[in-house]
Design a protein around this ligand. Sequence first.
Ligand code: HSE
Length: 421
Amino acid sequence: MKKVRIGLAGLGTVGSGVMRLIRANSGVIEQKTGLQLEVSAILDLDFSGKEALIPPTCVATTSMEEFEDTEQDITVELIGGTNVARKVIEGALAAGRGVVTANKALLAEQGQELFSLANGQKLRYEAAVAGAIPVVQSLQSSLTQNNIIKIDGILNGTSNYILTRMFEERLSYEEILPEAQRLGYAEADAGFDVDGIDAAHKLALLANLAYSSYVPFASIFVQGIRDIKVIDIEMADRLGYMIKPLGIAKIVDGHIEVRVHPTMIPKSHPLSTIRLENNGVFYDTDYSGEGSLTGKGAGSLPTGSAVVADIIQLGLQNTNPLPFTTEQKYSIAEAQHIQSRFYLRVMTQDRPGVLAKISGILGDHDISLASVMQLESNTEIVPLTMVSHKANEQSMMDALMQVKKIPEISAEEVVLLHIEE
Ligand code: HSE
């Protein structure tokens, strides 16, 4: 039996899950791995209400110095944010300890420096991407021998939860968000979830492993779900699509395309069945073919489970998985490189000639319409929705700027969605 001493920084939602799992499953972990996991130190700002989670021999402290002075083989960083968390990780790496983190924001934004320090080893982050789903370890091992043609991921549970309930119950975004927060899926700042930032952090990490190229977080195209209304959900439904919050990564003409946006996908797409807070990663590869990994992308116990998986891998000395790449091999695909079908909704005064103006602008930009719909209504402002054939993204953006200037159209209420087949 090998003892592994763990220092846990952050006893919040995920930290509590880690403590619960280690306490409940120490027997099965010992039996399967020969490792005896012992949490020897916990760092947190406040321990009130959490006393029952602290083992009797564990040092529970609010002092970073005292925490760092304890005996640890592995430091687990679950503080979140990018300041104190980074100090904890740097300190642990400098002390030669293994590090496990769930901090996707820190790794996506400052991963180049941190992984340089870690020298590609001893810093593991399964829980940072899609919670309990073993997608990081899959890319680091089972799929390494394949060229990854494409990754489509539902990587944010909160956004998926909101869009699922909008679809199933025809409730509005505003009605559902508080419930997602109450259930503990949302980040401290829910803007990270609904504006696509959390998913972009995760996509940067997945694309790095899939394509062995550093993906600067700031270069990822990001669109959130705030502007989506029930009318968009209904229109997508009529056309045979669902709207899902997707992160997409693929190589196009020697550039890497990395984007996060609400996307219309056919109801037959494997990710259309991923409901509520669940996450899913669909991949296409040259030899293993298509596949998907699905499961719980958020929450205390599922994310805690992924943290413990990494602790075990480090405990077993499996310290050399496919590393995070700090060198940028591919340039990022810009809008002019991207072809997609689009859904466009405008809110317009119901006057003669508006549709002609819009289709004229689209035609001038070489964008061909596949369908146009306006539902009968006796209100002054009506939704007008269009679906295009495949078009250049830059042309669509340029056309959109002109469409927003049509006097009958409310420029603030224009919604443009990508469609993936
Ligand atoms: N807030 C995230 C989500 C969970 O909603 O998916 C942690 O990454």
